[in-house]
Ligand binder design. Sequence first.
Ligand code: FAD
Length: 135
Amino acid sequence: MNLVRFIYASRFCDKKFDSQELAKINKTSQLNNKESEITGALVFGEDYFLQCLEGSREAVNKTFQRILLDPRHESILIMGMTDIVSREFSEWEMKYIFLTEKNSQAIREFSTSAQFNPFCMPYNRVLELLKALSK
Ligand code: FAD
């Protein structure tokens, strides 16, 4: 299997996004990702989504093509895709991470600013941030 890690960021589409939508995305992702053997993490914070998908190149591409067309977010920015030997988020079909006071230290440590803005961060920093937030 060609195992890859893919990371992108996007912005909430305010009018179409609330906690019910979040619950729906969660449910759909758990089901679909289990089926396609995808693991990863999804961060919600400020106005942004930051998501890491790990799995076969084919499965990650298929999943991202659906995500790309989803009207619940916009300004999708691909941050990078790398071949990997092992998964970083192997325990989760999709680990959901909300930004709170508790994990704001990681934001300060890995971001260029105190505010969460993945659009301003390089791929490696974003990956380190995701690892720190998922602990
Ligand atoms: P359904 O869930 O039945 O959806 C059918 C179609 O309707 C899709 O095109 C969907 O985009 C659209 N749709 C569904 N609900 C709404 C709504 N409330 N408003 C507008 N359009 C809607 N999916 C995954 O499988 N894995 C992931 O890891 C994943 N991560 C996501 C992360 C983010 C930030 C977002 C916004 C979405 C994510 N999704 C993920 C959902 C993905 O975009 C698709 O909606 C989903 O994969 C389609 O699943 P489905 O084929 O079972 O169809």
